[in-house]
Design a protein around this ligand. Sequence first.
Ligand code: GLU
Length: 449
Amino acid sequence: MVDGKTYVTSVFEKVKENNNHETEFLQAVQEVFDSLIPVFDKYPQYIEENLLERLVEPERIVTFRVPWVDDQGNVQVNRGYRVQFSSAIGPYKGGLRFHPSVNQSIVKFLGFEQIFKNSLTGQPIGGGKGGSNFDPKGKSDQEVMRFTQSFMTELQKYIGPDLDVPAGDIGVGGREIGYLFGQYKRLNGYQNGVLTGKGLSFGGSLTRTEATGYGAVYFAQEMLAAKNDCVKDKTAIVSGSGNVAIYATEKLQELGAKVLAVSDSSGYVYDGDGINLETLKDIKEVKRERIVKYTEKHPNAVFTPTEQGHIWEIKADLAFPCATQNKISEEDAKKLVSNGVIAVTEGANMPSTLEAITVFQEANVLFGPAKAANAGGVAVSALEMAQNSGRTQWTFEEVDTKLKAIMTSIYKNASSAAKEFGQEGNLVVGANIAGFLKVAQAMSSQGIV
Ligand code: GLU
């Protein structure tokens, strides 16, 4: 029987060979595989069952044509995806991303991460992800609706409340979920558990909107508490200005931290008085405008376009990357470290490159990996599914209390797995192992499927 390292390395070689153009997918796989070597040494039966090679191959991927007509009467065509990665511990669960960068590598990396993240929440949900290369930026509500209805007309064949339950991700918020739900209902009848992130008037859960951002801050609180430290009176930078960034900012401010900067793809704003949340919400949630608009209301704030500088050059105690993948390079990480950052908490999926993570770990910066730190969103999605099944609705406080408990237990499980496998304090390894073990046990019990 080969040892863990030989086994994991040989599976990774095959994955590279079979998916050699899928760079983001390979990056996500490499990060997980590196962590799992000691697990296979401890449980050689998983090698015998070739569990890793099975897990890294999605159960199913569907890609489909999404034709729609724009406001000028032109026929547009986009590509839709759903990757149903693993149903070992529950129905496929994960968001839909609408962004021009979406391709098979992106949905596969997101779907792969989702397996472990969902497992870490302790909820019975498998891993999936989907989306389209559609760009909602600059589109009218009517265009978004026509595109979304066309997308759902095809997607509805593959999803269902006990089969696969999509939700939002970048470019898919309350408006899009509403349209998606409406089209699903028109085709299949009312089944409120088929999507999460729904509006409160048709089966949505209180706290779902806030959950990813709040959860990331709860996770940071746990990391800091383990060092007898806390969020109060800290300075923070939060990249992004979407749903995750907005509610991370809200919770940080509520806990007494000062958020100095937020960003979007055009650049970042720095406000030495602390970011004004009301203005930020108005620009991004209501008007859907660019972040530079912030300076119109707050003339003391400074806007720096992306070509002229990065948000990571700002000196702050806490960093919350909440935009998108690979936005913290090795250089950015070195800058953050030299500026004395205490903790980096990933609100986005895979926002730090593998090299950046190494920089943080070598500098002993507290590092909360995405799978663990941003699991609050999907955790509350699972709570939304539970409420839908029970035909009930919990209060904001009830859901928030459950969210907090879930984030605490994710932190505890990740840190104790890291300790058990000889890498105390390494939450990347801990989260990967803790997430993997439950999935592995389920797969092992279910035979070669
Ligand atoms: N897109 C979110 C994530 O990355 C949420 C998924 C969901 O709620 O299903 O976890």
